[in-house]
Write a protein that binds this ligand. Structure first.
Ligand SMILES: Nc1ncnc2c1ncn2[C@@H]1O[C@H](COP(=O)(O)OP(=O)(O)OP(=O)(O)O)[C@@H](O)[C@H]1O
Ligand SMILES: [Mg+2]
Length: 334
């Protein structure tokens, strides 16, 4: 008999997933934070949970990492049922919280050794693992200094190094790069990619949509207690409109004559700009350029905008809270 994926028992499906949640609910008083959400994260992949401030990302991380309990839901992490066997879940995971777990009063090395103790590593093994991770996270020079003096990026690296002491196969990273400069953020992305290449599963929350775009195999957008959309970055971008070619003029007369020739274009009289809907493909661009040539229109600037995850985020999350948005060009062609 063949069992298709759809008809396989839920427990069997959960076992093939590093993380799986069905009907996850959590309320604080009468505030419903997670209103029965489903998530599943295959082993060795990066899953990113996005959502506005207060959407419940940290709450989901805390529940799945056994720090707090859910009100309802079938939850399994690392093949272990969260309610029945939280101890085994704890042994399989590592968690880097939104707020640093680094103790500033002791050195980076001492923080690492403390973690090794918590994981019941022998003194020798603890020293070996700490030295290896400090080296890997480029913290050897700082290792003997109190962590309070570390920069934000160094503290965040130490935080993640501490998470890895027990060799977890599943890690939860709650906003690992918030507040980091672009270089430190790229370093962190490299670290996350290395972990995934080693087969580690990563559950990541972030406020940087570019980060989800770069790293995540699958992305879920949490809004109003529910998953508003889920898919790969490409799939999510396809669900929102917004692709267009923007023509800008410096001369008001040129702008006006172009606007009257291009009746279908959306006008922005203040910016002297016209927007022509487009999927950004080479074929469409060529036909737009040919059309502009034949109409004798010469714009001072032409940019192509393709929808990005920011567009998805604004389309799916509370529109009342979204600021008015300038569509930044992704790629200038001329
Ligand atoms: N211990 C608690 N008691 C009461 N309410 C709480 C508690 N913890 C979280 N909440 C509420 O639950 C909601 C979700 O909070 P959560 O921290 O999960 O959001 P988040 O998506 O991580 O937000 P951020 O992007 O700001 O980190 C918020 O409205 C928050 O005020
Ligand atoms: Mg949070």
């Amino acid at each position: 008999m063949t069992v298709t994926r759809a008809s396989a028992p839920r427990a069997a499906q959960a076992a093939t997933q590093a993380i799986s949640a069905t009907g996850l609910r959590k309320s604080y008083g009468d505030k419903v934070v997670l209103d029965g959400i489903d998530l599943s994260v295959p082993q060795g992949t990066v899953f990113s949970l996005l959502g506005p401030n207060g959407a419940g990302k940290t709450t989901a991380v805390k529940i799945l990492s056994t720090l707090i309990t859910a009100d309802a839901g079938e939850l399994s992490v690392g093949g272990h049922d969260l309610a029945a066997d939280p101890q085994s879940v704890r042994a399989a995971i590592g968690v880097t919280g939104q707020f640093s777990a680094v103790d500033g009063l002791i050195t980076g090395e001492e923080n690492m050794l403390l973690m090794a103790d918590l994981h019941h590593l022998s003194r020798r093994e603890g020293r070996r693992v700490a030295a290896e991770l400090l080296e890997r996270f480029d913290l050897v020079e700082a290792a003997k200094k109190p962590a309070a003096g570390y920069s934000g990026g160094m503290k965040r690296r130490l935080d993640i190094a501490m998470t890895l002491v027990g060799g977890p196969r599943i890690i939860f990273l709650d906003e690992p790069t918030t507040g980091l400069d672009p270089r430190s953020r790229h370093t962190m992305w490299g670290i996350i990619r290395e972990l995934v290449a080693d087969g580690v599963t990563v559950f990541l929350t972030t406020q940087y949509l570019e980060e989800a775009d770069e790293l995540a195999d699958r992305i879920a957008v949490l809004n109003d207690g529910k998953i508003a959309a889920e898919g790969s970055a490409e799939e999510l971008k396809r669900i929102v409109p917004g692709g267009h070619v923007k023509l800008r003029f410096t001369d008001p007369d040129g702008y006006r004559s172009a606007a009257s020739a291009l009746r279908d274009a959306a006008r922005d009289d203040e910016a002297l700009a016209l927007r022509i809907p487009s999927d950004g493909s080479q074929r469409e661009l060529r036909s737009i350029l040919d059309w502009l040539d034949s109409a004798g229109i010469e714009a001072d600037e032409l940019t192509v905008h393709t929808p990005d995850l920011d567009d998805v985020f604004f389309a799916l999350t509370d529109s009342a809270a979204a600021p008015a948005r300038n569509n930044q060009p992704k790629e200038a062609v001329r």
